[in-house]
Design a protein around this ligand. Structure first.
Ligand code: ADP
Length: 175
């Protein structure tokens, strides 16, 4: 069995280009599209994605919902709603919950490869270092319990964010 940390990968670029089983969208509670990565995913997937999202009736913060990927190379989109950062303990709990729910949905639908953007780290204001620690902790905890997921890719837009993830995972690997 592959150790959970060996299943983690960090890349820089546009998540809409990834041919994985599922990409995660940093959505808002309406699930009806927005800016940032959400806008990019809807543009790349085409209008069928919004049509399916309309049938879902929104999603509470900390949970996730699955749709097809339509014109994306990814088979599924998992829409999760991260917390707006306010510096409370609740923020970390909700962000952890986004990762757990997204991974569980992916596993339930037979997805073996999943890619995450830095959920909540754009307009929702979560500091990237803290969010990275939460993302990696939540993913490793999940992978330790459930081994159907083979690869988890964190896709960062900027080189500085990519380095934060790479350094964090390298330190975790040495611990
Ligand atoms: P949130 O509302 O959850 O903060 P945003 O979409 O504003 O979500 O930002 C989340 C992260 O996604 C940010 O770090 C942003 O730089 C990044 N991002 C934006 N577009 C893309 C994309 N096409 N691929 C990967 N990451 C992206």
């Amino acid at each position: 069995m592959t150790a959970p940390i060996e299943k983690l990968e960090v890349r820089q670029g546009d998540i809409t280009r990834l041919a994985v089983d599922a990409i995660v969208n940093a959505a808002n509670r309406s699930l009806l599209g927005g800016g940032g990565v959400d806008g990019a995913i809807h543009r790349a997937a085409g209008p069928e994605l919004l049509a399916e999202c309309r049938t879902l009736g929104g999603c509470p913060t900390g949970e996730a919902r699955l749709t097809m990927g339509y014109r994306l190379p990814a088979r599924y989109v998992i829409h999760t709603v991260g917390p707006v950062y306010r510096g409370r303990h609740e923020d970390a709990r909700l962000l952890t919950s986004c990762y757990r729910h997204s991974l569980a949905l992916a596993a339930q639908r037979g997805a073996r490869t999943i890619a995450f953007p830095a959920v909540s780290c754009g307009v929702y204001g979560y500091p990237i270092e803290a969010a990275c620690g939460i993302a990696v902790d939540a993913t490793l905890a999940y992978l330790a319990e459930e081994d159907r997921i083979e690869r988890v890719i964190y896709v960062l837009f900027s080189a500085s964010d990519r380095r934060i993830y790479e350094d964090h995972i390298a330190r975790r690997g040495q611990a």
